[in-house]
Write a protein that binds this ligand. Structure first.
Ligand SMILES: [Zn+2]
Length: 258
């Protein structure tokens, strides 16, 4: 079982060692910006490391939107990040499912996801798996409620899209964590990564505020059960720096180990 943490991009391998993490996730560029990733001086070390590397795409990316001033750059930036992530030996690139606006036809959003994968194929293909992550908020999201997720997967499944299950987002988004792995897998056929987070907010609040495991509104046993049932690696995206994340990792190892 591989367990790790979302860390500062400055020195991910040092951050992994400090937390006793088998895996790290980080951003390659400002998550609120549109800049392409700069080349990393530690690329060779990251590639050679035993620590599994996951890259999170910027939050500004929304390939589903009908606004083409956001959708087209999103599509391109996603591919740019996929290439940069592959260059440092990352196992996958994680990106949020995105959303359409209230007045938009949600069906077009799903089709825009299909077009995103088709675009990447036309440009030479994705050099690593892209994992679509479920999100907590919004009424017109692609991957908040699982009825939407099913429609999304009808559009992207054929391209080999991967899935990242965030436990905070599921809870706050209004999807029960009990037996969640079975319900996801009935739709996607796969879970590639678990984001193992507690939630500061109540069920179906639509809010996205992560908490340390056992500190928030989620029974940590449900997070552990999801990791176990999925067999997927887990990344904590929790607060508290080295101390907080080390405790979360230790809790998961103790309860989910073996
Ligand atoms: Zn997440």
């Amino acid at each position: 079982m591989r367990i790790g943490a979302h860390v500062d991009p400055a020195d991910p391998l040092d951050a992994a060692a400090a937390r006793g993490a088998d895996a790290v996730q980080f951003f390659l560029a400002d998550p609120q910006g549109w800049k392409a990733p700069a080349a990393r001086t530690d690329a060779a070390a990251l590639k050679a490391s035993d620590v599994d590397i996951y890259i999170h795409a910027p939050y500004v990316i929304n390939v589903a939107t009908l606004n083409n001033r956001i959708r087209i750059p999103s599509r391109k930036l996603l591919l740019t990040h996929a290439r940069a992530a592959a260059e440092i030996g990352a196992r996958a690139l994680i990106v949020h499912g995105g959303h359409v606006n209230a007045d938009d036809d949600i069906a077009v959003g799903f089709d825009n996801w299909r077009k995103t994968f088709a675009y990447a194929e036309k440009e030479g293909g994705l050099p690593l798996p892209v994992l679509i992550e479920n999100t907590a908020g919004g009424d017109h999201a692609m991957a908040r409620h699982f009825d939407s997720l099913a429609r999304l997967w009808d559009a992207v499944g054929e391209f080999g899209a991967g899935f990242c299950l965030d436990t905070c987002h599921a809870h706050a988004g209004g999807e029960e964590l009990l037996d969640i792995v079975d319900r996801v897998k009935a739709i996607t056929g796969r879970i590639d990564l678990i984001h193992a987070n507690d939630s500061k907010d109540t069920f179906d609040s639509g809010r996205d505020r992560h908490d340390n495991l056992g500190n928030g509104k989620i029974d940590p046993e449900l997070v552990v059960a999801a990791i176990r049932a999925s067999g997927a690696p887990a990344i904590v995206e929790t607060p508290g720096g080295i101390e907080g994340q080390s405790a979360d990792i230790a809790l998961l190892r103790e309860k989910a180990g073996n």
